[in-house]
Design a protein around this ligand. Structure first.
Ligand code: ADP
Ligand code: ZN
Ligand code: ZN
Length: 748
């Protein structure tokens, strides 16, 4: 709301009012007057405005000839940081759509479309960058001298491809750390110089491609044709088994896009952006490939964003938020592993980047490819209803055969710390053949709980309805829900017994067990704890790629995108937890994860085998998965969803409340439900709840949920509008917060 301006002595330009988006949760724009020296004002420009006692960065949402407020009550924009607009029309349109679809403040939506540095008011300019290059062309002597320094050799070979030099973050993204560069610098093999980056359009490169592409097999070729059928908007599901060469299809589609003078946007899951992936793209294309992901500093992200938005980069590979990056010549969007949960943002603007990708492609009038070996049910339904074209690749590319899957019935079997004897024997056989084994366990830490053997007391998080996980490296208790950490108790708080025992298996414990059982085999653990250090993952991957027999033990970090040529056996320690999840998507997620993990096996010439330990070998879902009939598995899930009117057979929205008082959290939703029930006469929208969240208490707050369900999207959204208006208009009880999640992915 505009507040009275203290002194508007100057007369600003005639009858121009600026509607400014400001990062506040208030669902409204704020009117301001243009600054005195109003240059060429455009929507999407940043402004600095006085807001209460503060100065904030906002964005011009629109320029209009009048205002609902008298001119002398309006304040003036205090500064214009940029000459041009940073948010072009198409991104503005995307943000408007997202803001209305997710019922979230347009101001915050627009601001979060910008990289943090720009939100903070930093200049939108290219900085000087340090470019590394070879001191002299690569010759045989140099190559020979680095024979023992494998990593350094790889780095000079990589640098030899970039005579013009390459920046440090770009080298880091493909797995070369600063340490390697300094070692090479000491040997005077590489040099570094600071230069001002020029905005050279990617279209000026004579040939955007540096490496020839593979010859596609017939299914791949058919898929590529499908993508290239027209350059206008058409959504495609590229449904190809793991290792079927989807990435090769993307690369060739991008090649054609670049040759047509257009840019390509590739979205990847949070942990799918490995040095291997980036390397594959950078080795293929000679035009700059920009990246945006969480491993970059704010400054580096800004540079990547500028490269894409000024069309100096031809390709942008990005995680979720990359969907908001301006790309003036956008000609193709790819969403890899479209089923992945990380495309859904779980706080603030709860968008799904995959869904926004469809809308963005519509605006840009270009093809959009959703790729997966295990498509989400939402996407499958869209394909079956003919909204998306459905292209399948059923065989693996090159010479590799599909892995075989097997359920290992562990009922009544003696387990050695969770491993059946026959599984251990199989692992031993594989290692003896000189091959690698991957062990999958989706739980980090040592043990998921610590129990008192004398009285049964379990160590719980004081802030959540959850057990504390025991960690040994370093020793501590950790709540994986609120991050609360404490020391390992010496004795039971209830009966003072010292007899505390870890219950269940985490990766650390598994590591200990396997080290004892396979003392001569290197064991590599990959989880969030073991890869916290910068470059840790990249170093781990290097070890694996030496091809020596080893055991790779890890969580879902291992499941995605990696290509481990020498892994021929995959062991899934426990498939049962996913079978009985309280979340209606639990089974879908478990199936996807198992097939993705299985997809890591036997990716080259040696065939792969997957052993899944379970107490429920007769479970129909597991049966379908092991016979690798993902589409039958999906059919079964879909018919269940239909019966329960759950997505994708209906639309869902979820109001959440939380508060230190459980009644306050519940009452707010009760009030909302009553209001809605009074308005909903036609039964088009069902209201369920309020019920306590599956984890009722988290971080010291009580949490409640109210579900809205409908077969008709417009009816659901009309109801949501009403609900949001009601909540916005009321004075909330102290300490109560509410959020709305449209198309929720997780019911937590
Ligand atoms: P996906 O993305 O479907 O998992 P990739 O594109 O990573 O599959 O391909 C798997 C492996 O097969 C890679 O090593 C890739 O180089 C190889 N490959 C892909 N397409 C072909 C092809 N047409 N001919 C030979 N090898 C191929
Ligand atoms: Zn006790
Ligand atoms: Zn907790």
């Amino acid at each position: 709301m505009p507040t009275a301006s203290e002194s508007s002595l100057m007369t600003p330009c005639d009858d121009i009012y600026l509607s400014i988006a400001i990062p506040t949760p208030l669902r409204q724009m704020f009117d301001y007057l243009p600054p005195d020296s109003a240059a060429d004002l455009q929507p999407g420009m940043r402004v600095q405005v006085p807001f209460g006692p503060r100065k904030l960065i906002g964005i011009i949402e629109s320029i209009k000839p009048d205002s609902d407020y008298p001119k002398d009550k309006l304040k003036k924009v205090s500064a214009l940081p940029d000459q041009q607009s940073l948010i072009p029309d198409d991104i503005m349109q995307l943000c408007r759509w997202a803001s209305s679809y997710y019922h979230y403040s347009l101001g915050e939506t627009l601001l979060q479309a910008l990289p943090k540095a720009l939100r903070q008011g930093k200049p939108a300019s290219r900085e000087k960058v340090a470019l590394w290059s070879l001191s002299a062309p690569l010759d045989e002597d140099t190559t020979a001298s680095l024979k023992r320094a494998h990593k350094q050799l790889k780095a000079v070979q990589w640098l030899s491809e970039y005579p013009e030099g390459i920046s440090e973050p770009e080298l880091r993204e493909v797995g070369f750390s600063k340490a390697i560069l300094t070692q090479l610098q000491k040997k005077q093999l590489v040099q570094v110089r600071e230069i001002e980056l020029l905005d050279r359009p990617f279209t000026e490169y004579q040939n955007p491609v540096r490496q020839t592409s593979l010859t596609l097999n017939p299914e791949q070729a058919f898929a590529l044709e499908g993508i290239q059928e027209t350059s206008s908007f058409h959504p495609i599901l590229l449904d190809g088994v793991t290792g079927s060469g989807k990435t090769e299809v993307y690369l060739q589609a991008i090649e054609a896009t670049l040759k047509a003078g257009k840019q390509a946007l590739v979205l990847v899951p949070e942990i799918g952006l490995t040095p291997q992936t980036v390397k594959r793209f950078r080795s293929r294309f000679s035009v700059p490939v920009a990246c945006l992901h969480s491993g970059l500093s704010d400054g580096e992200r800004l540079q990547g964003w500028l490269a894409a938005s000024r069309a100096t980069a031809g390709v942008l590979i990005a995680t979720r938020s990359g969907i908001f990056t301006p790309m003036p010549k956008l000609g193709l969007i790819i969403v890899d592993e479209e089923h992945d949960n990380s495309y859904k943002q779980q706080d603030t603007l709860r968008y799904n980047a995959r869904d926004l990708a469809i809308y963005r492609a519509k605006i840009a009038d270009c093809p959009v490819v959703l790729g997966s070996a295990t498509p989400s049910l939402e996407t499958l339904v869209n394909a079956r209803k003919g909204r998306f074209s459905h292209l399948e690749i059923k065989i693996r590319a090159g010479h590799s055969k599909p892995p075989t899957l097997e359920l290992l019935d562990i009922r009544q079997q003696i387990l050695h710390e969770g491993f059946a004897q026959s599984l251990l024997t199989r692992m031993r056989d594989t290692l003896d053949k000189g091959e690698q084994v991957m062990v999958f366990l989706n739980r980090r830490g040592y043990a998921p709980s610590l129990i008192c053997h004398d009285c049964g007391e379990v160590t719980d998080c004081p802030h959540c309805d959850a057990h504390m996980t025991l960690h040994r490296q370093p020793p501590h208790m950790h709540c994986h829900h609120c991050d609360y950490q404490t020391t390992i108790p010496w004795s039971c708080p209830k009966c003072h017994s010292k007899n505390l025992q870890p219950v269940g298996q985490g990766t650390e414990r598994c590591e200990q067990v396997l080290e004892q059982m396979f003392p001569d085999t290197p064991l590599i653990r990959v989880d969030r704890d073991s890869t916290r250090r910068k470059n840790a993952l990249s170093e781990i991957l290097d070890t694996i790629h030496t091809g020596e027999p080893c055991i790779l033990l890890g969580t879902q970090m291992l499941a995605k995108g990696h290509h481990f040529p020498d892994v021929t056996m995959v062991a899934v320690v426990n498939a049962d937890s996913g079978l009985f999840s309280s979340d209606f998507r639990g089974l879908e997620k478990m199936g996807q994860l198992i097939l993705q993990v299985a997809g890591r096996a036997g990716r080259e010439k040696k065939p792969g085998h997957v052993v899944i330990q379970t107490h429920n070998p007769q479970h129909p879902a597991l049966q379908m998965l092991v016979s690798q009939q993902y589409s039958r598995f999906a059919d079964k899930l879909l018919s269940e969803r239909k019966q329960l009117k759950l997505p994708p057979e209906g639309y869902l929205a979820l109001f959440r409340t939380e508060s230190h008082s459980s009644t306050a959290a519940e009452n707010l939703l009760k009030g909302l439900r009553n209001l809605l029930l009074n308005h909903l006469q036609d039964g088009s929208v069902r209201v369920l709840g309020p019920i306590p969240a599956p984890m009722e208490k988290r971080q010291g707050r009580y949490r409640y949920q109210l579900f809205l369900q409908s077969y008709q999207r417009p009816a659901l959204h009309r109801t949501l509008d009403l609900a949001v208006k009601h909540l916005d208009g009321m004075k909330l009880p102290k300490g109560v917060r509410w959020t709305l999640d449209v198309d929720p992915q997780e019911m937590t």
